[in-house]
Design a protein around this ligand. Structure first.
Ligand SMILES: Nc1ncnc2c1ncn2[C@@H]1O[C@H](COP(=O)(O)OP(=O)(O)OP(=O)(O)O)[C@@H](O)[C@H]1O
Length: 335
């Protein structure tokens, strides 16, 4: 698999924002002599995405995720660097380009507000010149996976958030685009709608080979939908790898717990001391140790533990992805 469908090279985007001066006098001065400062939203970002990948784009608030997605979707013009998607320059070739992509914003709808959902879909059918049989087939798929049937006659403005996002997904995917960008598609949704949307996105990625790039704050989305994770902070990419590698990136927080006879603490500590692993007696025959997965090989730790005590049970817990991402952000702030 070496067929980059999305190529981003040294991408930059700045915004010019007016400086607000305090007080009434300040407001007048702002009107007469406006001053601006430059916000560097995306600093210098480079990545490739292969056809068929499903990539989560994470970062704290204000990191530059939406700005990147809007440049990829052709809505915003880069201030520097280059973006190519399916061979298009998204912004300068926007008219031809948008027929080949799908875009979903969790925050706002792309449906016509006053039209019933089915009428919006019919309009899009005409825009994309979809034959009736293909249209009906896709509608049936959306109904099956997104439970869209009951919503079709309702105007977009009357839909709940969860219903609206499901209808938006259908609209974005009606023409079966090979690439779909999603900006916080599960924001504010309840658990069952989230699960449905995650399953749907995973299905189109696996079955149709649709390339996905999604921004999210919900790490459940990452585990359910994406194979690869990119983390951006302060406009720069600080991590690019698999979710598994992300967990291993910091390694801290891996935990081993063992159930063994009372008084096993010293035997456990003696067995793993030279690995730098110290055990804690949690009571009722449970002993646990937290270790750094980069420094200590889990199989060796397990072998030594089992050789040291007659264990009844042994449990391993990898570092939680939430903790790793938080640590990455915190590390970014101190660098
Ligand atoms: N239209 C705009 N005008 C001025 N500044 C903007 C504009 N849009 C974004 N910014 C600024 O650019 C930076 C990056 O914003 P962006 O929305 O891309 O971040 P984000 O990672 O998507 O954040 P969030 O998770 O909060 O949605 C922030 O400092 C933000 O204030």
């Amino acid at each position: 698999m070496n067929d980059p469908i999305i190529c981003v090279q040294n991408l930059k985007r700045t915004y010019r924002v007016p400086v607000r001066r305090p007080g009434l006098a300040g407001a007048f001065t702002d009107l007469l002599r406006p001053e601006y400062r430059t916000v560097q939203a995306v600093h210098d970002v480079t990545f490739d995405i292969q056809r068929g990948e499903s990539v989560a784009y994470l970062g704290p608030n204000g990191a530059g995720k939406s700005t990147t997605v809007r440049m990829l979707a052709g809505i915003l013009k880069p201030s520097g660097g280059e973006v190519r998607v399916l061979g298009f320059h998204p912004h300068s070739q926007r008219q031809a380009y948008v027929r080949h992509i799908g875009v979903v914003f969790g925050h706002r709808t792309t449906l016509w507000f006053d039209l019933a959902v089915i009428e919006s879909l019919r309009l899009l059918q005409r825009v994309y010149a979809l034959p009736e049989a293909v249209f009906q087939e896709r509608l049936a798929l959306f109904d099956e996976v997104l439970d869209l049937g009951g919503l079709l006659a309702t105007p977009a403005r009357k839909l709940s958030l969860g219903q609206r996002v499901r209808a938006d997904l259908a609209a974005a995917l009606l023409h079966a685009p090979p690439v779909v960008f999603l900006d916080e598609p599960t924001i504010g949704l309840d658990v069952s709608v989230k699960a449905r949307i995650r399953a749907f996105l995973r299905q189109i990625n696996r079955d149709l080979g649709t390339t996905l790039l999604l921004t999210t704050h919900d790490l459940g989305d990452v585990e359910a939908i994406s194979d690869r994770v990119m983390v951006i902070d302060a406009g720069q990419l600080i991590f690019d790898g698999t979710a598994r590698e992300l967990r291993g990136e910091l390694g801290q927080g891996n935990r081993v717990t063992v159930v063994a006879p009372p008084g096993s603490l010293s035997a456990l500590n003696a067995a793993t001391l030279d690995l730098g692993v110290l055990w804690v007696d949690e009571g009722r025959g449970r002993y646990s140790a937290v270790y750094d997965g980069r420094l200590v090989r889990t199989p060796e730790l397990v072998a030594r533990t089992l050789a040291a005590v007659p264990a009844e049970d042994l449990e391993l817990r990898e570092a939680r992805i939430e903790d790793v991402v938080r640590e990455l952000y915190e590390r970014g702030q101190h660098d």
